[in-house]
Ligand binder design. Structure first.
Ligand code: 0K2
Ligand code: SF4
Length: 321
């Protein structure tokens, strides 16, 4: 079918892989090359069905718990971070570990340790059950209280309302977190802020980009998996900022043609754990159905990169950049 230029596609930039995901996926790929299969990975290395499937095909074995890894094997910890107890478990089991926790998650862990050492109650804004929240909470379980959004603020109890600090998961909605903090501050006027933003640059930039695009789109398609917090947030942000509809898909084949009825402009973006090949497949799918070439809209320029985990750098004999 010939592309009909009346039907447009807007493509958000930045979108897709952040520096932490790129580093985590490369970690597993390089470990497979350097040490050979199998390489064990505790939890999904990043929350993306396609990434996990592709790495499995190359010899990675994903497990839920450290104790599932055979003695002496190599285990990679996911980008979302782990509690200190997980490091201890791995050591006790005689495992070789490679920690692919994103440095920006590690930064939040360090903030938690510091606030706890100073005797603060820490209000951790995040989603219950999310791996990052479990890992961060494990740094100071007696000091950290989870706050799962603005409506959860009423449930918070602390030892000393004069000594309270807040931290957050890195992949939340920026606007909702601002609302949660405002409510927390009403209850605890002495609330101490984190030293810098915990919601990371990539989460923030992808939300800025989707906001700009959503106002001009009838439908926004977000490529990402259902357990990917930052991807799900992009769907919500798109709906809140002018898109008539927004949908999350893992693959182009999951798009329902009925979503496109009466739609002239489609916005496309992807979560921080999504390889761009999946976005290109969505663009091809739309092109085949009469949409024009995508017009990329760049709202923020991104150049962040992280060096590989130290365990790999040591074996590969590379010095940090
Ligand atoms: O958005 P989530 O935290 O659920 O995680 P992913 O979809 O894997 O995205 C990468 C973020 C990893 C750590 O912050
Ligand atoms: Fe790191 Fe942010 Fe990417 Fe998470 S989303 S891996 S915190 S850069």
């Amino acid at each position: 079918m010939t592309a009909n230029t009346e039907r447009r596609v807007l493509l958000a930039k930045p979108r897709g892989y952040c520096a932490g995901v790129d580093r985590a996926v490369q970690t597993v790929e390089i470990a497979l090359e350097k040490y050979g299969a199998p390489i064990y990975v505790r939890k999904q290395i990043v929350h993306n069905v396609h990434v996990v499937k592709t790495l499995e095909e190359r010899g990675a074995i994903f497990v839920d718990e450290t104790e599932e890894v055979p003695e002496g094997a190599i285990v990679v910890f996911s980008a979302h971070g782990v509690a200190p107890v997980v490091h201890e478990e791995a050591q006790n089991l005689g495992l070789r570990t490679i920690d692919a926790t994103c440095p920006l998650v590690t930064k939040v862990h360090k903030e938690a340790v510091r606030f706890a050492a100073q005797g603060y109650d820490i209000l951790l804004i995040g989603h219950e059950g999310h791996e990052e929240v479990i890992g961060t909470t494990g740094e100071a379980p007696d000091h950290i209280h989870l706050v799962d959004g603005p409506d959860d603020v009423v449930n918070v109890t602390v030892r000393d309302p004069e000594k309270v600090a807040w931290l957050s998961q890195t992949t939340l909605s920026v606007d909702e977190t601002v609302a949660t903090v405002e409510k927390l501050r009403e209850r605890f006027p002495k609330l101490t802020d984190p030293p810098s933003d915990d919601i990371c640059y990539a989460t923030q930039n992808r939300q800025v980009a989707v906001k700009e695009m959503a106002a001009r789109s009838d439908l926004v398609i977000v490529v990402g998996s259902t357990n990917s917090s930052n991807s799900v947030r992009l769907v919500e942000v798109a709906k809140e900022h002018g898109a008539d509809d927004a949908r999350l898909v893992d693959y182009a084949e999951h798009i329902d043609p009925a979503w496109l009825e009466g739609v002239t402009t489609v916005g496309v973006t992807s979560g921080a754990s999504v390889p761009d090949e999946l976005v290109q497949e969505v663009l091809a799918w739309l092109y085949e159905r009469g949409f024009g070439e995508a017009e990329e809209i760049e709202s923020v320029s991104e150049h962040m990169r992280f060096s590989l985990p130290k365990e790999l750098r040591k074996d590969l004999r590379i010095t940090p950049v």
